[in-house]
Design a protein around this ligand. Sequence first.
Ligand code: KIV
Ligand code: ZN
Length: 526
Amino acid sequence: MEKQHLYIFDTTLRDGEQSPGASMTKDEKIRIAKQLEKLKVDVMEAGFAAASPGDFDAIHSIAKIIKDSTVCSLARANENDINRSGEAIKPANSGRIHTFIATSPIHMQMKLKMSPDQVLEQAVKAIGWARKFTDNVEFSAEDAGRSEIDFLCRIFEAVIKAGATTINVPDTVGYNLPNQYANLFKTLRERIPNSDKVIWSVHCHNDLGMAVANSLQAVLTGGARQVECTINGLGERAGNTAMEEIVMAIKTRHDIFDVDTRIDTKQIVPTSKLISQITGYPVQPNKAIVGANAFAHESGIHQDGVLKCRETYEIMKAEDVGWKTNKLVLGKLSGRNAFKTKLVELGIELSDTALNTAFAKFKELADKKSEIFDEDLQALVSNVANNGSDSKNFENNQIATRFKLVYSHVDSETGEMPSAKIIISDNGEEKTGTATRGGPVDAVYQAIENVVNSGAKLMLYSVNAITTGTDAQGDVTVRLSNEDGSKIVQASGADTDIIIASAKAYINALNRLDNYVKREKAQGDI
Ligand code: KIV
Ligand code: ZN
């Protein structure tokens, strides 16, 4: 049987970025967009053009660079948002405007303070404004999962008539169950006379842990042919539908699904790692497909079975989703060329200056750690990106680095309170701080605060080992909020010494907070 195409619409750069602290710089968004193109997503939602000049600029730049995926911008159903989106996607080979308005009684009454008729009229106008820029227009009925079916039929029929080409039915608050959500699609497609003119799209949030199940059921029995999703399930609150799970469910159960995607599944794990490193959101070890344990066998019975016949306990091949065995790649004696070639193999392109810095850091790491794995190199490049060294970085929308760690010393002894001394460069001026606290990391963080006086609050601290072995690098993630709680950032730092990794992560987060202040000042918002 000929399989129908299932469109994969990635919204990591838009809905994914709405996770607390996951905001990305333009440079980081471009790196992700290039990787999403390699992964072969059909559509990438690059941002929300009207949200800020920075968002507009990132979408515009992505639209210039990306050739093989449609580049989309989100817009509320108003003329200004749609004009900003239209301008932002102008350079794209293929561009889309995605406009939305809420349709549930609670959203219309409490949030929009509009009647259903006003909402419908606004939606139709929005499609008209969007069609002036492109004939690829998506309409979303926000909170469709809690909207009245008669109203959904009315508004969808009207926007299709007005020229919408994709209709998205979001379960915005993750309230639906699989059968209910799939039936919603079935009913809509049966009752709306012009329903066959458009592609029907799912967009599920994971509040009840059912985003993937709801999306798959809507594809299987509801006739949906576009899935909106994010890498690692990143997104608001409990997140969005995880792309890797959708794609691999469809590929692995091709006996059940009559659809196929064009995703290059070997790019799944590299993409997952890139997103995790850039956003600082670690992937839980038992996460399906991309978790470190997803293909690990612990019990003797399972190991024995897999050695005799892989399929006894594996339904997918690790290599098919981009896992490589943890092979030794480079050592202390490797030269710059070998280093560069390996980075290119890992999909990492660096300017000559960044390559020199990364190579110097690699040599330092090779002195401390006998075996250097792919994961170490990815973390190292991420560290270099976070510590970009000149003021140009800010103009380039990378993370400007006001603070740098120069020196760190911790005394920790049984029965004694650990004490720390650190030296930080603050815009080139070295400052020393000391502190004694209940734990070594706590002491280092207090010593940094004694110098910086940021007033930032630590909201999350987590440590993961990047590879196996006792000489593995520790990857520390921290989430900080500024003093008044209005900005939240997340950052990570890696080092073979987890105290230093912790200090790097904290300083990277402080630099991110500092960047926000500078960017807002530059935009005249404060
Ligand atoms: O969850 C949602 O409803 C959304 C819309 C903007 C599509 O993200
Ligand atoms: Zn959403």
